[in-house]
Structure formats: C-alpha cells, structure tokens
Design a protein around this ligand. Structure first.
Ligand SMILES: [Zn+2]
Length: 172
C-alpha cells in the first residue's frame, strides 16, 4: 500500500470547490498539491481520495519533475528487472537533457530576435532615408519646373521688348 507520509513535503493547499474532472462532473472539493522541488501545483486531488491517491500522484510527478534530483523508485511492474532501473534513470537524463536543450534553444531564439531587431532598425532607417531622398527629388523637380516657367515667361517678355524696340527704332 502506498504510504502518503512519505510525501508529506508535498504541500496540500486549501480546499477548492469545483466541478469534477471526470463524469458525472459533479461539484466536489479538491485539494491542490504543490511539489516542494519545482514549486508547481501539479495536481488537484478529490478531498476524499487524498489518502489513496496522493502518493501515486506524487510519485508520478517526481518522475517528470525537472527540479527533483533524488532517486525515483522504479515502476512497480519493473521492480525485479534491473534493466528497467537503468531505463528509468535514462529517462531522467533524457528529461534533464531536454530541459537543457530547450534552454539553449530559447537563448538562441532570443539572440536571433536581437539580431532581427537590429536588422529591422537598419531597414527602417534606410526606408526613412529613401523617403527623404524621394521628397528632395520631388522638390527639386518642382523647383526646376518653376524656373523653367519663369524662364519661358521672361523669354516672352524679352522678345516682346525687343520687338517693341525694333518697332520704335523703325518709327524713328
Ligand atoms: Zn516538481
């Protein structure tokens, strides 16, 4: 029989009254259990089932708990086979490695995010420069058009003046 006293350090929280997790989903009192190693509430056990269920739930959790460093008792069906014990610690190593890999991946992603941010900022600056240049070109074009118009109108005035002078000279 499982001995729940073994898992005394798995803190039982205050009762939560909520809808059942299994059919017929009746409202029942549940007790949240917190793991002392990773400090996570990893399960809620029906108040009446604490004595019979807590130990197995705790055992199930420490097999997966990322912070639990102690030795995990082998699964009951494999107790007599030493190879199963090896595979259990293998699992632990695999879980630990999985966490390491995830941490590495996370930091790699963070780095990439930073690089992307720099790149994005560079592109934004380039866009801004381009937009400014386009504006300047448009302005220059406008100025050119203005000067051309001015030149045309002045040319007309000068031609008129020349004609007028010629006429005056002809009259003299
Ligand atoms: Zn844990």
């Amino acid at each position: 029989m499982p001995c729940s006293r073994k898992y005394d350090d798995f803190k039982e929280g205050s009762v939560i009254v909520q809808k059942g997790k299994n059919p017929p989903y009746e409202v029942a009192s549940y007790i949240p259990i917190t793991c002392p190693h990773c400090n996570v509430v990893f399960t809620e056990i029906k108040e009446g089932d604490i004595k019979t269920t807590k130990a197995s739930k705790c055992l199930k959790h420490i097999r997966l708990c990322p912070e639990f460093k102690g030795e995990v008792p082998p699964k009951r069906s494999t107790v007599t086979r030493p190879s199963a014990v090896v595979s259990d610690s293998d699992l632990e190593v695999k879980v630990a490695r999985g966490w390491d890999e995830r941490e590495e991946l996370r930091s790699a992603l963070r780095k990439k995010e930073d690089e992307n941010k720099e790149l994005r900022e560079e592109i934004e600056a380039m866009d801004k420069r381009d937009a400014l240049q386009k504006e300047m070109i448009a302005e220059l074009r406008e100025t050119c058009a203005y000067w051309r118009k001015l030149y045309e109108s002045q040319k007309e005035t000068i031609e008129l003046e020349v004609k007028l002078r010629e006429l005056r000279c002809g009259l003299k």
